[in-house]
Design a protein around this ligand. Structure first.
Ligand SMILES: [Zn+2]
Ligand SMILES: [Zn+2]
Length: 279
């Protein structure tokens, strides 16, 4: 696979025309072209799915089995949880720049990197629909845009035939707490309530969800549940990064979000409805 580090500097001419950079979006040093300088490019290798990783959550497995033990005990609503990097070091700086110095051109550039990454993976791109994780109303007001929506547009454009992006199908209800800036404890306690506005549009679809960073996984899992319960055939998620702590929070996130929800195997639990969504 082509090095993603090179990808940062070798985005297509079209992408570069869209960007109008004059400084690195992370460290703000002057830049001749691109959107991030070589010093700020993530230096860690991207996570490439292979035989040593669980085919659903991409965690390294000590022994080769069909699924990792955590996915067997606490199933995810995803066929695959694809992410580029473990969250840390230069990846943290990049994501902080996206969150705290919001820039449309940075999101478009990073989305193009995500698009190149996923289009080079040896998986069948059978998605009919790309849905970005929605931002809370408060975050939208403050930032002016949903950065996952911009990432989604760039990912869509990376396919030979762009996949439809729907920004309005999945929404956060007013009871959701804004999660930006929350620490892990508060995130685990916070309310996340997501709903599909027009279930008929996701019925039978293979959906690709787009997230920037998976920390506790509560938002991602809640979104996956909402889309599966609206009748989608499958949901995959593509994220820029995943926090290393995510795996050890799986049991808590599962108990909070998953009981009674459909899983990626399309089974409906007999406990459906016992635990209200997002509480
Ligand atoms: Zn820089
Ligand atoms: Zn797994």
């Amino acid at each position: 696979m082509k090095s993603l580090l090179r990808t940062f500097q070798s985005l297509s001419a079209h992408t570069l025309r869209v960007l109008t950079p004059c400084e690195c979006h992370v460290c703000q040093r002057p830049l001749a072209h691109g959107f991030i300088c070589r010093c700020c490019e993530p230096k860690i290798p991207a996570v490439i799915p292979n035989d040593t990783r669980c085919p659903v959550c991409y965690t390294v497995m000590l022994h080769k089995t069909e699924l990792c033990n955590v996915c067997l005990s606490y199933p995810l609503p995803f066929r695959r949880m694809i992410y580029l990097w473990e969250y840390g070091d230069s990846v943290r700086d990049l994501i902080c720049a996206m969150k705290y110095r919001p820039s449309r051109s940075l999101c478009h550039g990073v989305g193009a990197v995500m698009g190149e990454f996923i289009s080079e993976l040896s998986i069948n791109p059978d998605w009919n629909l790309i849905i970005p994780i929605p931002a809370s109303r408060k975050t939208l007001t403050k930032r002016g845009f949903n950065q996952c929506a911009l990432l989604a547009n760039s990912v869509s454009s990376s396919f030979p035939v762009p996949i439809e992006v729907s920004n309005e199908l999945l929404i956060q209800s007013l009871t959701s707490d804004p999660r930006a800036g929350m620490d892990q404890k508060r995130r685990l306690r916070s309310r996340v309530s997501l709903k599909v506005t027009k279930p008929e549009l996701v019925l039978g679809a293979n959906v690709l969800l787009i997230e920037d960073v998976i920390t506790t996984g509560i938002t991602a899992v809640s979104a996956g549940n909402a889309i599966l319960n609206a009748g989608a055939c499958s949901v995959d998620i593509l994220a820029l990064a995943r926090a290393p702590s995510w795996q050890r929070l799986r049991a808590r996130v599962y108990k909070r979000c998953l009981l009674g929800q459909r899983t990626a195997t399309n089974k409906v639990s007999s406990r459906e409805g016992q635990i209200p969504f997002g509480r």
